[in-house]
Design a protein around this ligand. Structure first.
Ligand code: NAD
Length: 515
């Protein structure tokens, strides 16, 4: 029997023993930096000359690993192998498929600090954020395994005399998983493991910025006994192979997480039926956010400031759920702002591979340049009250920035920056707080800090986000507790880590037998 799902506990780095264990993991990983990694097609590990070079964002001279790039021809081979693997994997007992995930979770748990240490180097994650990322990956494996066991039973149907009706879920066929770099273990794990356990072979194209940690998952699933051909690892430059993967006639589904622009491109392209394609492709696209915390007049203001600062600056604001807008009732606006600035002043920033800091560097030059551009835009749209210093000499460091008195329609209030930047605006009453909260194209996460029961109940229904939080920050959803996915231009609302997720990669079949 499988125990009920419980989420993985986070590591307390205040405990010296935990700190020492993590330092040892960082040392182990440090000794392994700069290695070559293969692509994997049909279980065969192929090393190519053309490689993706992953560097430590906090120390850009440090090469984390060099990962082989797949060509279009190799993608064709990967689809061919996936089609073959589907003939068997799609028929393997759901319990056996789930067991692979449970074993993979056990392996990942045993290697937890090591995986987190890879995230520190590959993605520039501070220790606690890396630990959370690994824990979430383990949660996805455990949760989706259990969901498959539940779905394997199908649904109960009405029965009549001399008739037997069943309703079952079957896998769709091979598809493509395209994750981002910001949860380089968790999202890779979740978006690959869900279709796999549902019976579908996967072509995994990791982010070009974090391919090394993605390869670690491939290793783990192989060790857990996943048959060859079920997971094809095809890293590459998205400009070269992105469209090719999405357009491929054998891609039954595309499981994408990333920016709005890429998500829309994939959504549109996948709608076109290719020569030889005999099904409609399904697209799961989880995209960007412009997430708001609203602070009511009647609210715990310390809680509000903590929620804003941690949601805005955890992992340097590089979360789709990060708070980038604080909309505060005018009666408490100055006080909340003051408290948020005071807390932000205490945040430490540095290279997390050298110590336990609150914030590391941002992921790459492109993001560094984008964030610094928005800092300049912000200065013309509001008043910079704190932070915003930036230095890319050693790594891509941007200090947390707080703007005040920003027009709710201003660009830094509307466009996703994906960096440590939060803009404050004031509202005269609760109607206006909600109206501003809903005035973006996005609808991913949001939070309300309030002690007014009537306002909380209004927000429950009127705050247009896929994940609403009440009296807490707007980040840190937990698998199986707060299924995750956005409304509006934030995506297809797939609710990762929730009870409906696996069905996105399955077809329901109704079978009726007359006796
Ligand atoms: P991105 O769109 O640049 O890249 C995401 C993935 O798509 C990468 O693997 C990339 O290589 C690939 N890609 C790029 N162009 C492609 C193309 N033409 N065809 C196919 N694949 C292509 O996004 P990113 O910078 O990696 O990630 C940050 C974004 O992800 C932010 O907008 C963030 O909000 C979003 N995000 C959303 C969620 C969510 O659950 N809603 C979670 C995490 C991140």
């Amino acid at each position: 029997m499988v125990l009920p799902f419980e989420h993985e506990l986070l590591t307390d780095f205040n405990i010296p023993e935990n700190r020492r264990a993590f330092e040892a993991a960082l040392e182990k990983v440090h000794a392994e930096l700069g290695r070559d990694y293969p692509l994997v097609i049909n279980g065969e590990k192929i090393f190519t000359k053309d490689q993706l070079i992953s560097v430590n964002p906090g120390n850009k001279e440090q090469v984390v690993g060099k990962v082989s790039k797949a060509s279009k021809q190799q993608i064709d081979q990967a689809f061919e192998a996936a089609n073959d693997a589907f003939k068997i994997w799609g028929r393997v007992a759901p319990e056996a498929r789930a067991n692979v995930l449970f074993k993979a979770a056990a392996i990942a748990r045993r290697r937890k600090h090591e995986l987190s240490a890879w995230l520190v180097y590959d993605a520039g994650k501070p220790w606690d954020q890396a630990d959370g990322d690994t824990a979430e990956g383990i949660d996805f494996l455990e949760y989706y395994g259990r969901q498959m066991l539940a779905l394997a039973k199908g649904q109960e149907m009405k029965q009549r005399a001399n008739e037997h009706n069943t309703f079952i879920y079957q896998p769709m066929g091979p598809g493509v998983t395209i994750p981002p770099w910001n949860f380089a273990f968790a999202i890779v794990c979740g978006t690959a493991a869900a279709p796999i356990v549902a019976g579908n072979p996967v072509l995994l194209k990791p982010s070009e910025y974090t391919p090394v940690i993605a390869y670690k998952l491939v290793e783990i699933l192989e060790e857990a006994g996943l048959p060859k051909g079920v997971l094809q690892f095809v890293p590459g430059d998205p400009a070269e192979i992105g469209d090719y993967l999405v357009d491929h006639k054998d891609a039954h589904w595309i499981n994408f997480t990333g920016s709005r622009a890429t998500g829309i491109r994939i959504y549109e392209r996948a709608a076109k039926v290719q020569d030889g394609q005999r099904f409609l492709k399904r697209v799961v696209a989880e995209m960007g956010g412009k997430d708001t915390i609203i602070v009511d007049q009647d609210a715990d203001l310390d809680l509000a400031a903590d929620a804003i600062v941690n949601s805005a600056f955890g992992f340097s604001g590089q979360k789709c759920s990060a708070c980038s807008r604080a909309i505060v009732h005018e009666a408490v606006y100055e006080e909340v702002l003051e408290k948020a600035v005071a807390r932000t002043k205490e945040l430490s920033i540095g290279d997390p591979s050298e110590g336990n800091v609150y914030m590391g560097a941002v992921i790459n030059q492109k993001q560094f340049d984008k964030i610094t551009r928005y800092l300049e835009i912000g200065k013309s749209e509001g008043k910079l009250v704190y932070g915003g210093e930036a230095d890319d000499s050693k790594g891509f460091f941007v200090h947390p920035a707080i703007f005040k008195d920003v027009d709710p329609k201003a660009r830094i209030m509307q466009e996703e920056i994906f960096g440590p930047v939060v803009a404050f605006a004031k509202a005269a009453n609760f109607d206006e707080l909600l109206e501003i909260a809903n005035n973006t194209d996005y609808g991913l996460t949001g939070a309300i800090i309030s002690n007014n029961r009537a306002h909380i109940e209004r927000a429950r229904y009127e705050f247009q986000v896929g994940n609403l939080y009440i009296n807490r920050g707007c980040t840190a959803a937990v698998v199986g507790y707060q299924p995750f996915g956005g409304f509006k231009m934030s995506g297809t609302d797939s609710k990762a880590g929730g009870p409906d997720y696996l069905k996105l990669f399955m077809e329901a079949k109704s079978v009726s037998e007359r006796f």
